[in-house]
Design a protein around this ligand. Structure first.
Ligand code: PLP
Length: 342
């Protein structure tokens, strides 16, 4: 398996060629990003917490940004006089949905390698968007997905492998767009802490690169599933984990994270049960629907904020809105759990 990073960028990929060739993208593009930064409940006496509400993106998640960035980058690099562009990638969920929707809009074939534990609603959405789907045994998540996508690309070079885990255009999108938006939304203020779950690590590392410009002592904390934490030597497993973020297993570390100029990056572990309970709790407290990785980030940010002072600020990110069925399951866990907010 190839784990080399490639395609560094000095800005988010330029969307001009994509918008010129596929004007039907313009509505999506107009509504992409510029998501709200919302104050969320934090610990008494601790730092304030703000969350970037990425569920406001057109297809409902932070991955709309990375998908569009990688999509534009592939279009910029493709010579259409030599044949059709066909896109392939491995995805835990939201990236797949966003790529499939973009492919459908532009009539560009998309092939997604996803775990066989993906919710039926996701698989149906992928098929409805006419994507090709390869299912990989959930026991091999996430390394198995990357290996299978690389294998498909090797056997049929007609597919352009986007490699969201290795393609630095993913990091650039968050450094130059998500992170810059947060800086603007702080109106000259600075974040003292930055917390995000790690799928590819594009969000955590890209936004960090933006926010650290205003505060060289910015604290950064990853959020990771308790069932397969970041960097664990344990093998991958098929246990339930909060969606969108998974450790790799066998000691592998997401390459975007290993290149961050931070020693001993701390990770806060959140179990699937705790994430779902926090989804329910957050909705009860605020009326806002957030997904499992968002709820895990809230819990993680809360933990960091407790160790900081009331004049400090922790920023986190809510990647998607999650499902009502997960919130209902979360209610059962909530009833026998410590609440996040007290
Ligand atoms: C719900 C959710 N949370 C968090 C992430 C992590 O994003 P990144 O890949 O930028 O680390 C993802 C990525 O798919 C996601 O779907």
């Amino acid at each position: 398996m190839n784990f080399a990073l490639y395609n560094p960028q000095n800005g988010a990929p330029n969307p001009e060629k994509a918008l010129r060739m596929f004007p039907q993208l313009s509505e999506f593009h107009q509504h992409l990003g510029q998501t709200p930064l919302m104050p969320v409940p934090g610990p008494k006496g601790g730092a304030r917490i703000l969350a970037k509400c990425e569920f406001e993106n057109p297809f409902g998640s932070v991955k709309d940004r990375a998908a569009f960035g990688l999509f534009c980058d592939a279009i910029n690099q493709h010579d259409f006089s030599q044949g059709q562009l066909k896109l392939l990638d491995a995805s835990g969920g939201n990236m797949g949905r966003a790529l499939a929707m973009l492919g459908k809009l532009c009539d560009i074939p998309v092939h997604l390698v996803v775990p066989d534990s993906s919710p039926d609603t996701l698989i149906k959405a992928l098929y409805d968007a006419r994507a090709d789907v390869t299912l990989v045994d959930r026991q091999h998540f996430l390394l198995g997905l990357i290996a299978r996508a690389q294998d498909i690309a090797r056997r049929d070079p007609g597919w352009t492998l986007l490699s969201q885990h290795l393609n630095l255009a993913n990091v650039a999108v968050h450094q130059y767009q998500t992170g810059q938006e947060i800086r603007q939304q702080l109106h000259g203020g600075k974040a003292d802490g930055w917390v995000a779950a790690v799928g590819t690590g594009g969000t955590l590392s890209g936004v960090y690169a933006a926010l650290v410009q205003d505060n060289p002592s910015l604290k950064v904390q990853g959020t990771t599933p308790w069932e397969l934490p970041f960097g664990t030597m344990a093998p991958p497993n098929g246990k339930n984990k909060f969606a969108g973020a998974g450790g790799m297993g066998f000691g592998f570390r997401q390459p975007f994270i290993t290149r961050m100029p931070v020693d001993d990056l701390p990770f806060f572990k959140v179990s699937w049960e705790d994430a779902l309970a926090a989804m329910f709790e957050f909705h009860q407290l605020t009326g806002v629907r957030i997904g499992a990785s968002s709820a895990a980030n809230w819990k993680s940010a809360y933990h960091l904020a407790r160790s900081m002072g009331p004049h400090e600020l922790v920023v986190t990110l809510f990647a998607d809105a999650g499902s009502d069925s997960d919130r209902e399951t979360g209610q059962e866990f909530f009833n026998c759990n410590e609440p996040v907010h007290s």
